[in-house]
Design a protein around this ligand. Structure first.
Ligand SMILES: Nc1ncnc2c1ncn2[C@@H]1O[C@H](COP(=O)(O)OP(=O)(O)OP(=O)(O)O)[C@@H](O)[C@H]1O
Length: 364
């Protein structure tokens, strides 16, 4: 349905897209992921010419949209777009936001357009807000109206540009649920997203963008569980893990705990696992001196969640003299290490590059 060949895009001196080649077939759901600033949104915006490509070709149902003779408005109509910032008309009600396009551009009668609009508002769960203005809606409701507005134009494909990035975390799931429903109905979609779990669940294929190209593409299992290329692997590991470097005895423990809690919530880990992780981190920081008024602290901690094994791993590395906390009678505070032993499995100590490294799996 969409074929992209050697697409490039420069902004002045900056080359954002170097050589993008891709195909999106009817009924496919494509998630586009990758580090910030790698051109994911630019790629999407080039597809419907919100950004003019610098080079390359884009075929929609076989017609080259960049060809001089192309009927661009007609081709663009096949593509709906949902933006991070909703882009609803502020002076129109939710219902009017949905009817204006079909009446003005598709030649529908007002009655026809309103009937269809109400069906769509119902489908996205905001029918009772039909008469409300965007200002009177929550972020999640606004985005669901925006999706319904997009559907009202009967597109063949919907391009989503980070549809949940501007939302309060409590509203993300209601919008993702609507997109999931569209996927089940067979809607063709391309979604730029930072929601990795969602990307894994919902898509048929994932594009990982980096270096101005689609650096790696494949089914979600490949991209998330066994990426073939190094940069993809690094990116996936980074989003899968929480890391923190502590180099100050007065570090902000509350902020760090908050970040660990957020990380655990993001991976939907049970409360017990989260509490165990927090306690393990706390005890190991005591072991390695972060709380003993040590003059110099140099600790790295990483929590990584493996979907495959459904396990949470903690690695704590600390500079300093040899200190294996699992050896008998090494520590004056044996209680702390007893807690660590009770709450974890696969404990391991190694001396790596003159640093003490403790690795363990948080017990379920
Ligand atoms: N209209 C523009 N003019 C100049 N530079 C732009 C423009 N739009 C995007 N850029 C630049 O192009 C690069 C890629 O931006 P883009 O928004 O496509 O990245 P992204 O991968 O979607 O990032 P993020 O995940 O942070 O949204 C960035 O360096 C951005 O600053």
């Amino acid at each position: 349905m969409i074929r992209v060949e050697h697409l490039s895009k420069q902004f002045g001196e900056l080359t954002v897209l170097r050589d993008v080649n891709a195909e999106i077939k009817k009924g496919e759901v494509i998630s586009i992921i990758g580090p910030s600033g790698t051109g994911k949104s630019t790629f999407l915006r080039c597809l419907n010419l919100l950004e003019m490509p610098s080079g390359g070709r884009i075929f929609i149902d076989g017609a080259d949209i960049l060809d001089k003779s192309a009927d661009v408005p007609k081709l663009r109509q096949k593509m709906g777009m949902v933006f991070q910032s909703f882009n609803l008309f502020a002076h129109l009600t939710a219902l009017e936001n949905l009817t204006i396009g079909p009446v003005k551009l598709l030649g529908r009668s007002k009655e026809q357009a309103e009937k269809k609009a109400m069906e769509l508002l119902k489908m996205v769960g905001v029918a009772e807000k039909a008469g409300s203005f965007p200002d009177e809606l929550s972020g999640g409701q606004k985005q669901r109206v925006a999706i319904a507005r997009c559907l009202a134009m009967e597109p063949e494909i919907i391009l989503f540009d980070e549809p949940t990035s501007a939302l309060d975390p409590t509203m993300v799931s209601e919008v993702l649920a609507v997109i999931r429903r569209l996927a089940k109905k067979g809607m063709t979609m391309a979604i730029v997203t930072h929601e990795m779990d969602f990307a894994r669940d919902v898509s048929n294929r994932v594009f990982y963008m980096d270096e101005g190209i689609i650096y790696e593409e494949g089914p979600p299992q490949q991209i998330f569980e066994s990426p073939q290329k190094e940069k993809t692997r690094v990116f996936i590991n980074r989003v899968r893990s929480y890391s923190c470097h502590i180099d100050n005895p007065d570090y902000d423990l509350y902020a760090m705990n908050g970040e660990i809690e957020t990380f655990c919530e993001k991976h939907a880990l049970p409360k017990q696992t989260r509490n165990r992780a927090l306690l393990l981190v706390e005890e190991l920081l005591v072991v390695f001196g972060a709380w003993r008024g040590a003059q110099a602290v140099d600790i790295d901690l990483t929590l990584s969640y493996s979907e495959k094994q459904d396990s949470l791993e903690l690695v704590v590395e600390s500079a300093g003299d040899y200190l294996n906390p699992f050896e008998e009678n090494t520590l004056s505070d044996q209680l702390g290490i007893t807690i660590v032993k009770n709450l974890s499995e696969n404990m391991e100590y190694r001396r790596v590059n003159n640093r003490n490294r403790v690795g363990l799996t948080v017990k379920k």
